[in-house]
Design a protein around this ligand. Structure first.
Ligand SMILES: *Cc1c(COP(=O)(O)O)cnc(C)c1O
Length: 307
């Protein structure tokens, strides 16, 4: 049986100081999911919480999931297993390799199985899970990235956490959300919790044609949410994990000026896309924006980004 987890991660809300924000008269506060815990970090933990509750209700002894050698999702899952004392298994994309992420996974006690590339591509095929469930009958399967409606439900708390902390910034209210989107699960959770009150802007880390909008709509529909209340912006700069000089320079300048650590796959691209939206006049003077720092800093260790 999984232990009862009463630990609720609390994310701090901090104002962000950058000269281009000040010049534009736009105020931004950052919700620091990168700093919720020394071991566990980022939106992937929030996306896991409902899956963990379901696993506990199902009487599981641990969790099994999938990801790559830099996966923030597997990192959060393995860290949670270590912290709360349950078994974790990771089905890995590609062939055995050591990265700072996989070293952490093993240190946290996650059992890894490398599926190769073709084997990993088969993860949506019918029958994929059967042999794994036969081998690990006590483990609860979690979809890649912790997505779907349970993942989104786990992110709804972010809206309440922001609203509880607004007064610490001297804010009476805010106008919009801005965050990096991969599958759009985290964004869907914000849309559900906002219930049409404020728009949620997703800065896509993947190109426009990745089917993120239908995925978000499917989650909203499954939750019975009517209306859209979100907008996706292509922030991918040519593709997922594609990195260019302008992006790296922007990250370096922003980190030095604000003290906010960023990585180039999600949060760096999302903040750069916010700057472009402000320059284009899409977010105007006097607006107050919540920028969600979705984490991912663990994945940038030991990675050299070619541009
Ligand atoms: C996974 C991830 C995202 C994307 O989250 P989705 O819920 O899939 O949209 C954004 N930022 C970071 C750092 C991530 O690891």
């Amino acid at each position: 049986m999984l232990p009862l987890m009463d630990w609720r991660p609390r994310a701090l809300l901090q104002s962000l100081h950058l000269d281009w924000l000040q010049q534009a008269g736009v105020e931004v506060a950052v919700l620091r999911l990168d700093q919720i815990d020394p071991l566990i970090s980022g939106n992937k933990w929030f996306k896991l919480t409902e899956h963990l509750t379901a696993a506990r209700a199902a009487g599981a002894q641990g969790l099994i999931s999938l990801g790559g050698a830099h996966s923030n999702h597997l990192h959060a899952l393995a860290a949670a297993g270590k912290r709360f004392g349950f078994a974790t298994v990771g089905l890995m994309r590609g062939y055995a390799q050591q990265t700072p992420t996989t070293q952490d996974l093993e240190r946290y006690g996650m059992q890894l199985h490398w599926l190769g590339f073709a084997g990993y591509r088969a993860r949506h095929a019918p029958g994929f899970w059967e042999p794994w469930q036969a081998q690990y009958p006590a483990l609860y399967p979690v979809p890649e990235g912790g997505g779907g409606l349970p993942g989104a439900l786990g992110c709804m708390t972010l809206v309440h956490q922001v609203q509880e902390q607004l007064a610490t910034l001297g804010w009476a209210d805010y106008d919009a959300w801005w965050l990096a989107a991969g599958t759009g699960t985290t964004l869907a959770g914000l849309v559900l919790a906002e219930a049409g009150q404020r728009p949620v802007y997703g800065a896509l880390a993947v190109p426009d044609d990745h089917g993120v909008a239908p995925q978000v709509e499917a989650i909203l529909q499954a939750a019975g949410h009517a209306g859209r209340h979100f907008e996706l912006i292509d922030a991918s700069r040519g593709g997922f994990a594609k990195v260019d000089e302008a992006l790296l320079a922007f990250i370096q300048t922003s980190e030095a000026a604000s003290g906010l650590p960023l990585e180039p796959l999600y949060t760096g691209k999302a903040l750069m896309a916010l700057k472009q939206a402000i320059e284009a006049g899409r977010i105007g003077r006097g607006q107050r924006v919540i920028f969600v720092h979705t984490g991912g800093l663990q994945g940038r260790r030991g990675v050299t980004f070619a541009s």
